[in-house]
Design a protein. Structure first.
Lengths: 238, 87
């Protein structure tokens, strides 16, 4: 069942292209590819549309889950967002990336739906409950150490890049991200999985730059900590 | 015998600054202290490498494919949109 569309936000609400420093490093070729895709979509090219759906539909559902209470509602929100995308397609001027624009429509739909369903939007997830250290304190020499207070007592080992990029390890990272508090997961997903810039992420999630960075730091630190354990345990296996 | 100099970052402090460093958001003086520390501390170099590797690996996450039913419904919506645009 398809729902009515959400309205597309004004593009200016998403990051204006070419504003921000390194995050705006839009390769000319990527931009050209996006323009070609847009042109095909506006022509009504179904293959182009399906490419877009394959690329974004599941991430959109997962993002919607952070705002609404059921899996079914999240799917409906994603569908509504697609209608919003179609609705706005001819007005989209490419001042933000297509990806950032799509996610901002999704976030709008999800927030509206979350409010309607009386589900509080989890912005409080940034709360003080979560000020744990990025690394267990016992990994460091204590402050009274005569020569190296606060330095590693048990230093980390570099990870083999090859091993980290195996299917199994990547799946493990996905699993660990699932366990993060909602906003931490949202930020790490936008930044590290979807490769959106800091500014875009702030706009989509309606959070400040400083919050964004704190959330990203906590998310990455937690996942790193758990990955370290995982890597060590799986190395210990015969 | 060497020891940490006063005013230098400790490893324990450094791990809390890693994201600001990677984001290019450390004030200049802190960035200098960070980089100095990294020069002599193998443990923190490994830590930074782990963080970078983690970010790279997260970028490889791929999604399961879209269920055929959802895809069919969305395609339907696209065709509907196209007809309306043409009208």
């Amino acid at each position: 069942m398809l729902r009515r569309p959400c309205l597309a936000p004004l593009e200016d609400e998403v990051r204006p292209r070419g504003s921000g420093a390194p995050a705006a490093g839009w390769a000319a070729s990527a931009q050209q590819a996006e323009e070609a895709l847009l042109k095909a979509l506006r022509r009504g090219d179904e293959a182009a549309f399906l490419t877009l759906v394959e690329r974004f539909h599941q991430p959109m559902i997962r993002m919607a889950q952070m705002y609404v209470s059921s899996a079914a509602a999240a799917e409906e929100v994603a569908q509504e967002a697609w209608l919003g995308v179609l609705e706005g397609l001819n007005r989209f001027e490419g001042r933000s990336s297509l990806k950032a624009w799509i996610f901002s429509i999704l976030a709008n739909c999800a927030k509206t739906r979350g409010v309607r369903d009386q589900r509080s939007v989890p912005f409080s997830a940034l709360g003080p409950e979560d000020d744990e250290a990025s690394v267990e304190p016992e990994r460091f020499l204590d402050q009274g150490h005569p020569r190296w207070p606060g330095h590693w007592s048990e230093p980390p080992q570099a990870w083999g890049e090859q091993r980290l990029l195996t299917q199994e390890t990547v799946v493990q990272i996905a699993r660990l991200m699932e366990d993060l508090p909602p906003m931490q997961r949202a930020v790490m997903t936008m930044r590290d999985v979807e490769d959106l810039g800091a500014e875009e992420t702030c706009r989509i999630l309606a959070i400040s730059e400083a919050n964004q960075r704190v959330l990203l730091h906590r998310a990455r630190s937690k996942v790193r900590k758990a990955m370290e354990r995982y890597m060590r345990d799986s190395e210990a296996k015969p | 015998m060497s020891a940490a100099l006063p005013g230098e970052l400790t490893c324990r402090e450094l791990v809390e600054l890693v994201t600001d460093f990677l984001e290019g958001q450390l004030p200049l003086a802190d960035r200098t202290r960070f980089e100095l520390h990294i020069c002599y501390c193998g443990g923190c170099r490994a830590y930074l490498q782990q963080m970078r590797a983690l970010v790279a690996a997260a970028g490889k996450l791929t999604e399961e494919s879209v269920p055929p039913k959802a895809k069919a419904e969305l395609l339907q919506a696209f065709r509907h949109w196209k007809r309306r645009e043409e009208a």
